[in-house]
Design a protein around this ligand. Sequence first.
Ligand code: F6R
Length: 245
Amino acid sequence: MKIIRAKDYNDMSRKAANIISAQVILKPESVLGLATGSSPIGIYEQLIKWYHKGDVDFGACTTFNLDEYRGLTPDHDQSYHYFMHKNFFDAVNVPDERINLPDGAQLDAERECRRYDAAIRAAGGIDLQLLGMGLNGHIGFNEPDEYFSKGTHCVNLTESTIEANKRFFASADDVPRQAYTMGVQTIMLARRIVLVVSGENKAKTVREAFFGPVTPRVPASILQLHTDVSIVADEAALSLCTDLL
Ligand code: F6R
């Protein structure tokens, strides 16, 4: 596990965008696993700038997002479809037919999860998966639990995740209670993983996840077992790990 130290959020975003951009330059037909939330926004902004300068071209890429709220249609302004189009896809050239997210409007969970896993397999698997990490150590919507999940599945969101996400909705009552998410196994099958983490509020989780025992109680800790993972973390996120670095 490589820990890449960044000064602050902007530096973290540029460093991670460099890794993604190198991936796409080396393999233009890369299958990219993408994330939503505040952590990757700076990365998308940087990649859009480089795309417009002609430094990176997404025209042969395929993308699979980690997760989507169950029950939200793609045009809902809090759906991850909407987020991804607004923050990335509308400004770059990933072909529409190669953009993939779980379909939140498909309420048959089993059918949707099987379809999504089959689509990832049919694309040849994920070359590079970008991840953020929740305050409780979740990756995708894989929340702390007694076991690690496998493929794409439907989850009930925890109170802490509903609380963290309510800032995007009119009230906590409007936050969907369920989501479709890639499972921990789906994530671990990616050939390469880049996790970005920023801010002092995640410092304790960073220490637990990357320097503590591997446990489903801290889902991101499983990444310690992956053979090609880079954690790009800013100083604030690493502030409780200085004795270990
Ligand atoms: C989003 C996702 C989540 C977030 C995590 C951190 O697609 O998979 O696991 O990465 O909740 O969110 P932020 O970046 O908003 O702190």
